[in-house]
Design a protein around this ligand. Structure first.
Ligand SMILES: Cc1cc2nc3c(=O)[nH]c(=O)nc-3n(C[C@H](O)[C@H](O)[C@H](O)COP(=O)(O)O)c2cc1C
Length: 164
């Protein structure tokens, strides 16, 4: 297979957040799709701390990032683990239905975890959308392509799109 073909699939950049007890946890994910009018799918690496917290909590939020998102927010959430530190200490959040949402986002979705499908490395979590709101009308949602080409961002090994 020519792996470069996969680089032509399109995504956005999001924070998937949930709780560890009453502590805010979460990570960056690009692999989110809307699968029905009220259901989304998220592909989450088994080793991400967010994975076990999503399973325990049974609900999660998705913060939709705009092109103006600070690269620090992506660094905090996407390149370290909530197992060892409180990643949200330095990120401004709002709380919706008890869940953390990144304040500087285009908007957010609140989901109940309703089903899952396992692969060798990642679990596809299905979330039924129970709420959602725009936080800004002026921001442009960031594509994965923009994140790489304009923001010069990288993706770590646990991102499903990692090609080595
Ligand atoms: C741009 C970007 C996209 C990512 N996409 C995903 C993804 O779709 N699924 C996933 O499991 N991890 C993805 N990651 C990796 C996780 O965010 C990363 O492993 C994080 O450190 C996990 O934190 P946790 O252990 O607190 O859950 C991505 C990271 C970045 C920077």
């Amino acid at each position: 297979m020519d792996k470069n073909v996969l680089r032509n699939l399109s995504y956005g950049v999001y924070a998937v957040s949930t709780l560890d007890g009453d502590r805010a946890v979460g990570c960056i994910a690009n692999s989110i799709i809307q699968v029905t009018y009220d259901t989304v799918a998220v592909s989450m690496n088994h080793e991400n701390f967010t994975h076990e917290c999503m399973e325990k909590t049974g609900k999660f939020s998705i913060s939709i990032f705009g092109e103006d998102i600070e690269m620090n927010t992506i660094a905090f959430l996407g390149f370290q683990s909530g197992k060892d530190r409180n990643k949200f200490d330095k990120i401004e959040t709002i709380t919706v239905d008890g869940l953390p949402v990144v304040k500087n986002s285009v908007g957010y979705l609140i989901c109940d975890l309703v089903d899952k499908l396992d692969t060798e490395t990642h679990t596809i979590f299905l979330g039924k959308i129970t709420g959602g709101e725009m936080l800004s009308d002026s921001k442009t949602p960031m594509t994965y392509d923009y994140y790489h080409k304009v923001k010069k961002g990288n993706s770590p090994k646990k991102a499903p799109t990692y090609l080595g």
